[in-house]
Design a protein around this ligand. Structure first.
Ligand code: GDP
Length: 300
């Protein structure tokens, strides 16, 4: 965790430094507020949340008569935490009806880190003493199923796969079936993320979910977003939200960007909390997201 914190701090340090530098000024004039705005926008926070934060901070500085840079920084920290929202429930929904496993569907554009996320999530769940079954419902890429099988071996969990080019929904069905038969606690299903046509994706993903739910409700739909693709990645991700009801976001590759503000934009645009973040390529580099920790790393 300490290592992850350090990595988060490193990736965010330029944003944090920029913000703190502005507030360290003796005179918080219009130019300073504009600069603060620019810094937040450059970090992918998004226009709405940026305006909101700067307005609130400006009002506080005026109303509370803040002149000391330290007090201004404390106010900034509080406002950033409020923006990231520590009150959101970021735990995974894994509670199905009695006798059924929690069913997690992992969706997102190819290359965002979906399969890696499924593998790492299995690791986290196993470490929590839960029994897990993985499903490789991305049947279009044999490499994806192989990659998941490797994760399964590494973590020590079963992976259900189907024939290459087979029906993804049938793999999803078989995965839930195996979860039920073996009394597993959680089933995690990796899906295909080809953005060929929206209609095709809609059919495919919708079907995976519907067919899985013939046996047990899908308790969590995790949307994987690559933090380095910024606002563009966010727009792509929104398509998935129109297909299935997303309940949480995994923001990967946060180690590869100085634009940590995308966390705020993602939550605002999609209306769902960031639940986990990817902070590297390693097996341990998936961390539960914590608003206060994130902001502290930002301002470290
Ligand atoms: P998928 O196509 O969405 O299933 O993506 P993959 O899981 O195959 O991941 C694509 C690439 O992103 C791989 O090289 C992963 O190692 C890499 N990756 C995934 N998550 C992270 C992360 O949090 N940080 C970094 N730096 N790389 C990541």
């Amino acid at each position: 965790l300490v290592r992850l914190r350090a990595r988060l701090a490193r990736s965010n340090s330029s944003l944090g430094r920029g913000l703190l530098a502005v507030l360290g000024r003796a005179d918080l004039d219009d130019a300073a507020w504009e600069e603060l705005e620019d810094t937040l926008l450059a970090a992918d926070v998004g226009v709405g949340p940026t305006t909101e934060l700067v307005d609130r901070l400006r009002t506080r500085v005026r109303v509370e008569g803040i002149t000391d840079p330290e007090a201004a920084r404390r106010a900034l920290r509080e406002e950033l935490v409020a923006l990231v929202d520590p009150t959101l429930d970021r735990s995974l929904a894994l509670q199905g009806p009695e006798g059924t496993p929690g069913v997690v569907l992992v969706v997102g554009v190819n290359g965002t880190g979906k399969t890696t996320t499924v593998g790492r999530l299995a690791r986290v769940l196993v470490a929590e003493d839960r029994t897990v079954v993985l499903g490789a419902a991305d049947t279009f890429r044999a490499a994806a199923a192989d990659q998941l099988s490797t994760w399964g071996q590494r973590v020590g969990v079963d992976v259900v796969r189907g024939p290459e080019g087979g029906d993804p929904a049938s793999v999803g069905f078989d995965t839930v079936k195996q979860g039920l038969e073996t009394g597993a606690d959680v089933v995690v299903i990796d899906t295909a993320g080809r953005l060929h046509t929206k209609a095709g994706l809609m059919d495919e993903l919708g079907k995976v979910k519907r067919v899985a739910e013939k046996q047990a409700p899908v308790t969590e739909v995790l949307l994987v977003i690559d933090a380095t693709t910024g606002q563009n990645g966010l727009r792509q991700a929104q398509v998935f939200g129109e297909v299935v009801k997303v309940t949480g976001v995994v923001l990967t590759k946060l180690d590869g960007t100085a634009k940590g503000g995308i966390v705020v934009a993602v939550q605002r645009e999609l209306g769902v909390p960031v639940k986990y973040v990817g902070l590297g390529e390693g097996a341990d580099d998936l961390a539960p997201f914590d608003a206060e920790e994130f902001v502290d790393a930002l301002l470290a």
